[in-house]
Ligand binder design. Structure first.
Ligand code: HEM
Length: 502
């Protein structure tokens, strides 16, 4: 059926849909699709039906997780000790994509969440090439930061989240699609707004019970907006892909970026359609742009709101490292910015994006070594926020300490987890105790690029600007909660004063 017809004939459909809704409300509480019986206690049991729990979860997910911590049948929240056993299990047993499909409602939003080509190119081309392309990124950062923050030699209010979003899209775009197109408004629109539209549509879809979503999708404007966004993005991207292919086939010199690396490896992954490659670019932006922006915004808020007195120390570190590396922000130079790295990791520790990590669907019954059964069909996750604020692991866990990981790496403070290698406390390091970037075979492959980019931007900002909270604002800007996501408040402003070269 033509979806447009459904929209124009909405009135005629209201009666049958109303009937379906009532039917669903009566039937659904006795159905619990996707759940499987386990020996675990159930969070929200007191609410009565699974439908009531679902609705309560949409309203108060963070609270529900905090209250439950180790309960719930729909999602089994396991203690982190089990993760070592689970982390390397194949996707045929413990599956990350199916868990994501549910969150992002891919069946209706049309997202192709299984993208081995993209994952491969990130792992083997992007990360591998970072040392080689870093000077290009560094130049892009040097151009983009003043372009968006200005060069005002007086205190100026800036909405930093908004600016970072554009900066991250442009700087990432230099590597994703190349310097000719990374400032093109069509690229920026696609790389930023596709994610916004996708999350909006998925969130709206989840408000409808799963049985009526096939109909509900036609009545959700954000779902239409998403499909329109995808159409527009492809209209722009497909000809770019075609041109790139033509260059390659003609044996001419080709650009050195993600798009070209993807085209070069597309055959190996049986991706022959240009539209699919264009879509892969969109999925790349989805994985990369907002995640990096949110993380960088948190760090900025923490630096000025939680440890402004340490900013001169971090700036000194950056300046010293630069001087020792011929004023070039090489990979080695970024590695040596250890106080900055520690402040970033501390910021990520204190600003978890959600209460749990390691969201996976169990595909086949798993019997853990202590006899615990994870039944096929169940969804699992492990606590994240609670682990990162556990006083047994972190002294004064609710205090922002920019030196926390710096001191452990330098051997000045005892390592509470006794890792053999203290480099495990770098921003990019993942462990079961810190899943900021996930854990196991599906841990974020883009974290090396993200860390690189955030450091390049922050180092440039801290060298060239004095920054502070607006007069009269005390402490750090509080985060906001949307369903189960915790985000930095995107509406807030901070003060910038340019102190760099003319
Ligand atoms: C600071 C920024 C970022 C954060 C906090 C972040 C976080 C995460 C997390 C938590 C996961 C899930 C891991 C798991 O389930 O075990 C993930 C997966 C992923 N991330 Fe990131 N990410 C960031 C930046 C990026 C960037 C820049 C890229 C691409 C260049 C990227 C690409 C991916 C991909 C492709 C996956 C899926 C991996 C798989 O399925 O095997 N991420 N990320």
């Amino acid at each position: 059926m033509d979806p447009n017809m459904l929209f124009t004939d909405k009135m005629q459909l209201l009666v049958p849909i109303g009937a379906l809704l009532v039917g669903a409300m009566v039937i659904v509480p006795w159905l619990s699709p996707g759940s499987a019986s386990t020996e675990f206690p159930l969070a929200g049991e007191e609410l009565g039906t699974s439908e009531k729990r679902r609705k309560h979860f949409i309203r108060s997910a963070v609270q529900m997780h905090a209250d439950a911590y180790k309960k719930v049948r729909e999602v089994i929240v396991l203690p982190i000790s089990y993760v070592e056993e689970l982390r390397n299990m194949p996707d045929t047993i413990i599956n990350n994509v199916e868990a994501l499909n549910e969150t992002l409602q891919t069946h209706y939003t049309g997202l192709n969440s299984y993208n081995p080509l993209m994952n491969h190119v990130i792992r083997s081309d992007l990360t591998h090439n970072l040392p080689r392309i870093n000077h290009l990124l560094s130049k892009e950062v040097a151009q983009t930061v003043p372009e968006y923050l200005g060069k005002h030699r007086e205190w100026t209010r800036v909405n930093i989240n908004e600016k970072l979003l554009k900066m991250v899209a442009i700087i990432s775009g230099h590597v994703f699609i190349g310097p000719q197109l990374n400032r093109d408004e069509r690229y920026l629109d696609a790389s930023i707004n596709y994610t916004v539209d996708l999350f909006k549509a998925a969130g709206e879809l989840q408000k409808w019970h799963r049985l009526i979503r096939p109909i509900g999708k036609y009545f959700i404007p954000s779902v239409h907006q998403l499909h329109e966004q995808r159409r527009r993005a492809k209209e722009f991207l497909v000809p770019v892909v075609q041109k790139r292919r033509a260059l390659r086939e003609a044996g001419e010199e080709v650009p050195d970026d993600m798009l070209q690396w993807m085209i070069a490896k597309a055959d190996k992954f049986n991706v022959s359609d240009d539209g699919d490659i264009a879509e892969t670019q969109l999925t790349l932006s989805l994985a990369a742009i907002h995640t990096t922006t949110l993380t960088a915004t948190h760090v900025m808020y923490d630096l000025i709101g939680n440890c402004a007195e340490v900013i001169p120390e971090i700036r000194k570190e950056i300046a010293t490292v630069m001087a020792e590396n011929d004023n070039v922000m090489t990979t080695q130079a970024l590695y040596e910015m250890k106080l900055l790295d520690s402040a970033m990791r501390e910021s990520q520790r204190m600003n978890t994006t959600g209460p749990t990590r390691f969201q996976r669907r169990v595909k086949k019954d798993v019997r853990l070594s202590d006899g615990t059964l994870l039944p096929a069909g169940s969804n699992i996750s492990v606590p994240h926020t609670e682990t990162l604020s556990d006083a047994a692991i972190y002294s004064e866990p609710h205090k922002f300490n920019p030196y926390r990981f710096y001191d452990i790496r330098a051997g000045k403070v005892e390592d509470p987890l006794n890792y053999t290698n203290k480099e495990q406390y770098q921003f990019i390091s993942v462990s079961k105790e810190n899943m900021g970037f996930g854990y196991g075979r599906h841990a974020c492959p883009g974290r090396f690029f993200a860390a690189n980019e955030i450091k390049l931007m922050l180092a440039r900002i801290l060298l060239d600007y004095d920054i502070k909270m607006p007069d009269g604002v005390r402490g750090r800007y509080p985060n906001i909660v949307r369903v189960s996501a915790v985000l930095p408040d995107p509406t807030k402003e901070i003060m910038f004063n340019y102190v760099g070269e003319e």
